[in-house]
Design a protein around this ligand. Structure first.
Ligand code: SF4
Length: 65
């Protein structure tokens, strides 16, 4: 299992602001209620946490560097 830190991002075009990532992985994302998009909270995070978020996003908008 890859536990090394990676950068991660959200593709804002793809994201519909459902909030699932921030609800399920709050250590990595917080919803910007005005923009209705998630904000990335960390510069880097363990790959396993990013992969967990990627698995939750219904539109595959979360990308790992
Ligand atoms: S789970 Fe995906 S679609 Fe939903 S807010 Fe997060 S990045 Fe956007």
């Amino acid at each position: 299992m890859d536990t090394s830190p990676h950068g991660y991002s959200v593709n804002p075009v793809c994201c519909n602001g459902c909030g699932a990532c921030a609800a399920m992985v709050p250590e990595l994302f917080e919803m910007d209620e005005e923009a209705e998009k998630p904000v990335v909270l960390l510069a880097e995070a363990p790959a396993e946490d990013i992969e967990r978020a990627m698995g939750i996003c219904p539109h595959d908008c979360i990308e790992m560097d």
